[in-house]
Ligand binder design. Structure first.
Ligand code: CU
Length: 341
């Protein structure tokens, strides 16, 4: 009797423990969902473009559809278990397996195919539409805007697009396979060396968003992000005209240090003597939102540290370190680069 009581108490205590743990796990899951739901910056469920809206729509149809099927199957299972003995025949069971196991899935999949195929047709592009070539590099993005009838404008690590207009991304890679994904704008598209893939999109909601490389491309693959700015068309045209201009640096010691340290061998600053093309174009570096493909904030200290030791922020980065550069010189160069608006 005594033993039994202790056992019951223990069981009760154990049950309480299980309940507490379950509550904690459910709480954590709910919190994760809530946090994920708050991210409207980089989320396929918070579309700002027509193509991503289709992806979201299709996801919704699939999720609701599969829940309906799951509930119907559970209902069937309950009915089968509860059926009085003798009501169910083997033949009837086999017929049910044939219908639900072969006929219904065939019909459902065929209907889904008919429903989804038209969504895969890309939006038509005309000669007047803006083309933007984006080339994946280890571990950054080379960008060239090609508005119809005018020479291209080079930039890097950020794309700006006009809302309401068709934009055709021409996607390439220079070294290994990368993948271009702006979840709020469209689905993924691979960037393959020696090929040009086209991704046609239309942004509908102005704002600041984020994209990322989604094909493992090396050590700093996870530090290969992309700021995306969707702008009103008139503001976009003004912005592009400014990007087209050469740099207008204010006189700064940083400019001389930039030349002396050989940075110009890899970086272009149009309008100065810097013509390198191995690294990102820095002509309007200061107008970018972030540094080194979304890795660092646009702040003097962060840039100076990156210049001296790029590996600290981006392991495996294809930019040599300049550890011998006095920190103050690095700060001077950073200030000069930030001034390139
Ligand atoms: Cu990549």
């Amino acid at each position: 009797m005594y033993k039994y009581k202790v056992g019951a108490r223990r069981v009760r205590r154990c049950e309480k423990g299980v309940m507490r743990r379950a509550r904690r796990i459910f709480g954590a899951m709910a919190a994760t969902l809530l946090i994920a739901g708050c991210n409207r910056h980089q989320s396929a469920l918070a579309p700002f473009g027509a193509e991503a809206e289709q992806v979201r729509h299709l996801t919704l149809v699939l999720v609701v559809g599969s829940v309906v099927i799951l509930v119907a199957l559970a209902g069937l299972w309950v009915a089968a278990v509860r059926a009085p003995e003798g009501r169910l025949s083997h033949k009837g069971g086999m017929r049910l397996v044939l219908v639900l196991g072969a006929l219904v899935p065939t019909l459902v999949l065929f209907a889904l195919l008919l429903y989804a195929l038209p969504m895969m047709r890309p939006r038509p592009v005309s000669r007047a539409d803006l083309r933007i070539t984006v080339t994946g590099e280890q571990f950054w993005w080379r960008v060239a805007y090609q508005p119809a009838g005018t020479p291209p404008v080079t930039a890097a690590n950020e794309v700006r697009i006009p809302v309401g207009r068709t934009v055709a991304f021409q996607l390439k890679a220079s070294d290994v396979i990368h993948s271009f994904w702006i979840p709020g704008l469209a689905g993924k598209m691979d960037m393959i060396p020696g090929r040009t893939n086209e991704l046609v999109v239309r942004a509908d909601v102005p704002g600041r968003y984020r994209g990322a490389c989604t094909e493992f491309c090396g050590l700093s693959h996870a530090r290969m992000a992309l700021d995306v700015v969707a702008m009103e068309p008139a503001a976009f045209d003004r912005w592009l005209a400014l990007q087209r201009r050469p740099a207008a640096p204010a006189p700064a010691r940083g400019q001389a240090l930039f030349a002396e340290n050989g940075c110009a061998g890899c970086h272009t600053v149009r309008g100065t003597g810097a013509l390198g093309t191995i690294g990102p174009d820095l002509t309007h570096f200061g107008s970018r939102l972030r540094v080194a493909a979304g890795t660092l904030p646009m702040e003097t200290e962060a840039i100076a540290r990156f210049i001296r030791k790029p590996d600290d922020a981006k392991p495996g980065a294809r930019m040599p370190a300049f550890p011998h550069l006095p920190p103050d010189d690095a700060r001077q160069i950073a200030t000069y680069l930030q001034g390139l608006q």
